[in-house]
Design a protein around this ligand. Structure first.
Ligand code: FAD
Length: 514
């Protein structure tokens, strides 16, 4: 980049301010240049940032005060070139809807990422758009509320590492921000001798993953921890806990805003385009509102495949919406459950089985089951999108998955239609729970990423459509296509990993002045 700009200390404050104004003026894409406009800029622009930029890129070799208007105009053009070719913009404090990075999606992953971007470089201008009118309306606000300890996941995988790291970071974060949580522990219970081998394997896996302080215990020990629970052997994980993940997400949003991030709700991204005029990305909402950004990261949860298709990414991993329906234990029986109680899972399925989960509000969830939702955000059988369901059912990968797990799928659907069918399973663990003690509870829909060959995506999947920097839309938009569950627990590490990848892929983000 040829032009250099030197702001001479000796050439008085006015000169450097003029340079600052020019730069700010350029960046605002202002067509006209007037002294009064400068004065306004001086009042509003983040003068320190601009000055820093000017000094860093050092250029002008003559004193601006001595320049004629025509020379100033030439200088203006040169500064425009300088800034547009470096892909970096500087902004005045009052400027809205133009960002260095825009995050799409106001769930726990989106807010963790947005927050991590500003913690990495506080000078970035970061925005977050969310289609709903508040954070965590979908997965992040409809889940079991468990802080997982990383027992289940494939040793060495990012999923396993991020979960254990997320466990520690969540407790630290909650303590620091006065977010209520309970470290109530968890038992994974074998109710029959035939399950003991799988339980032992799981225990070894937990040790490999670094799950803290897990122990294998026998039937008598189970009773000391969960007096009403039957079982022959169990894994005890004392550091598993519970929290309201919607409260955690809200706190991430507060952090983000207090670091200077801007949040725009009711903004459903419809498409991405290129703003040729200033080499920026144009993000267009369903109501045709527009924001501009240099880079975008989407964290769209259940919609992440649709967002990826908007920028020309390949079709998979598809997102299968899997609804989990909880039963609610009556208050008078809530004392039967002290901590989390889980079955020994079927390792071929991505679900942990019907579990007993105490909640922060004192209630107890039982379940959830797992049925195919008939809409991406389909919280009941009456939430149906015929076109979306047909689209999913036509996919090869979905057909393979359904063929493989046909029996499981039918069973879960029967349990969904007749919730009392779950009672037998529940009584296997806690015989004191009777039919009248349970009623239908809330539901949540999980984004299950699925590869075209029918296998489930197990780890974090980030995707960019093209490596060609001249294609802004394909190159400068990164998609988080799979944030592997339990991504509420892992949200802080996931946010950091996404930011690592963004700074690695787009090194310009490092160059915003510190
Ligand atoms: C039933 C269930 C139980 C679970 N239990 C646990 C648990 O106990 N512990 C745990 O750690 N994890 C659990 N999970 C997993 C965890 O909740 C999710 O992995 C996590 O919340 C995912 O967060 P997210 O930000 O990726 O997705 P989401 O929370 O779904 O957020 C995505 C956001 O993107 C927005 N969006 C989508 N498209 C657009 C668009 N076009 N424009 C603008 N915005 C858009 C959506 O409105 C949404 O708010 C559970 C999940 C489910 C469903």
């Amino acid at each position: 980049m040829g032009i250099k700009m030197k702001v001479r200390k000796s050439s008085s404050k006015t000169v450097s301010k003029t340079v600052a104004c020019l730069a700010a003026d350029m960046l605002q894409q202002s067509k006209s240049y007037t002294v009064s406009k400068h004065t306004t800029f001086l009042q509003h622009c983040d003068y320190k940032k601009i000055k820093c930029a000017c000094e860093e890129t050092t250029v002008i070799s003559y004193t601006l005060t001595k320049m004629k208007p025509v020379q100033i105009n030439t200088m203006k053009m040169r500064i425009v070139n300088l800034f547009t070719s470096s892909n970096i913009r500087f902004y005045s404090n009052g400027q809205k809807n133009i960002y260095n990075v825009l995050v799409v999606g106001g769930g726990i992953v989106g807010f963790a990422t947005a927050r991590a971007l500003l913690l990495r470089n506080k000078h970035l201008r970061v925005g977050l758009v969310e289609k709903e009118n508040r954070p965590s309306v979908h997965q992040s606000g409809h889940n079991s509320g468990v802080i997982h300890a990383g027992i289940y996941y494939k040793p060495g995988s990012m999923r396993a590492k991020m979960c254990v790291e997320g466990l520690y970071k969540t407790y630290e974060y909650c303590a620091k921000n006065n977010i209520p949580y309970k470290k109530c522990g968890k038992l994974i219970v074998a109710t029959e001798e035939s399950q003991i081998k799988s339980l032992n394997d799981l225990y070894e896996r937990g040790l490999e993953n670094g799950t803290p302080d897990i122990k294998l215990i026998n039937g008598n020990d189970i009773k000391t921890i969960e007096p009403y629970c039957n079982g022959v052997r169990a894994i005890h994980s004392p550091h598993t806990g519970i929290v309201d993940w919607a409260v955690v997400t809200k706190q991430y949003a507060i952090d983000f805003a207090s670091l200077g991030g801007q949040i725009i709700y009711n903004f459903k991204v419809k498409s991405f385009d290129e703003c040729k005029h200033n080499k920026a990305l144009k993000i267009i909402s369903e109501k045709n509102n527009v924001v501009l950004a240099d880079y975008v990261i989407t964290c769209g949860g259940l919609q992440s495949d649709k967002l990826s298709l908007m920028t020309g990414c390949k079709a998979d991993p598809y997102i299968l919406p899997i609804r989990g329906e909880y039963l609610l234990l009556g208050k008078e029986k809530a004392h039967l459950i002290k901590g989390n109680i889980y079955p020994v899972p079927d390792s071929s399925l991505p679900f942990l089985g019907v579990h007993f989960t105490p909640r922060m509000d004192g209630s107890v969830f039982l379940g959830p089951n797992a049925v195919l939702a008939l809409k991406q955000e389909g919280y009941s059988w009456s939430d149906v999108s015929i076109s979306n369901t047909i689209r999913l059912l036509k996919l090869d990968g979905v057909q393979k998955l359904m063929a493989k797990h046909m029996k499981f799928g039918i069973n879960e659907t029967i349990k969904s239609v007749f919730p009392a069918k779950q009672l037998k399973e529940i009584q296997n663990y806690i015989p004191d729970i009777k039919k009248n003690d349970i009623k239908n509870g809330p539901t949540g829909v999980r984004a299950q990423p699925l590869w075209a060959d029918g296998t489930m995506a197990e780890d974090l999947v980030l995707d960019i459509a093209s490596n060609d920097p001249s294609d802004l839309v394909k190159h400068r938009i990164m998609h988080c296509r799979s944030a592997p569950s339990p991504s509420a627990t892992s949200s802080l590490p996931i946010g950091e990993v996404i930011v690592d990848k963004m700074f690695e892929k787009y090194p310009n983000l490092n160059h915003i002045p510190n």
